[in-house]
Design a binder for this molecule. Sequence first.
Ligand SMILES: [Cu+2]
Length: 335
Amino acid sequence: MKLMGIRRAAEYMTGAAIALSVTAGTALAAAATEAAPAVEAATGGYVPMKPTPGIGMPTEGAIGFQQQFSEVGHDGQFMHNWVLMPIITLITVLVLGLLLFVMIRYRAGANPNPSRTSHNTLIEVIWTLVPVLVLVVIAVPSMKLLAKQYETAPKEALTVKVTGYQWYWGYTYPDNGGFEVISNMLPDDEAIANGEPAQLAVDKRMVVPAGEKIRIQTIGADVIHSFAIPSLWYKLDAVPGRINEKVLEIEKPGVYYGQCMELCGVRHGYMPIAIEALPRDKFEQWVLEQPGGSIGDPEENADETAAADAEAEDAAEATDAAEPAETGEAAATAA
Ligand SMILES: [Cu+2]
């Protein structure tokens, strides 16, 4: 593993050397890239976290879900492993058993005079009622899980706006000064040299606080993309001209990888997602290091969000809070 890393690094450096010899322009660009980390290190703040192998990323030879790091993830995994899979297995085995039974019991060789039975009321009632009951048993927890995944974020939740571009992601932080982080895939060699999975590592991650509900809003800048992270049980389409919203909650700090999951053009396979969840204080430190990044007064932010929510979502609530003239306008907008 280590040897391979060294070999890859050597290959990468050889590549870099060749590139340097090609044009002076390339040489300048390479020098600029090398100088950048030194400046970052000098400010002494945020250092990208190393991912834990096998956590928040696919593992070789695996066939099940990735280990989950959110509450809905645990619920969803339980639903799959302990409700759906046992039921599917039982039904499949039952149907196979019945098939084998009729194939042997009613074969032509053993039945020179075929049975002329065409109805059996008891059996018909059973094979209608049992599937209905099975579907009801599945439907109840299924609806609950579905509803849970689309619960509204609390008013004070941090908002991150995710924009899908052809072919990279942008993460905007409207509560923290409105800066946007543009996130591009790292070349394989750089990813491996960083100790990250190839084709999943990015140059700039989406950084969020761990252990709290985050309001994610997605939008497509050009075509439909889909923002999806398997280990967080998260997938939300990013559609041009409309905003989709869903809560993201990450149980503990770490690096979690995902990919665009809506076929969006030639480089669809090369727009990975890397989310870094940090403790609140470290997250705020990261925010302050971003150009224009700020930590607002939490109460003030909550008030602003509350006002915006009331206006957009609940015209009835606005009636109490706003002036009569404004209320009419808000109601018209809502209608
Ligand atoms: Cu895409």
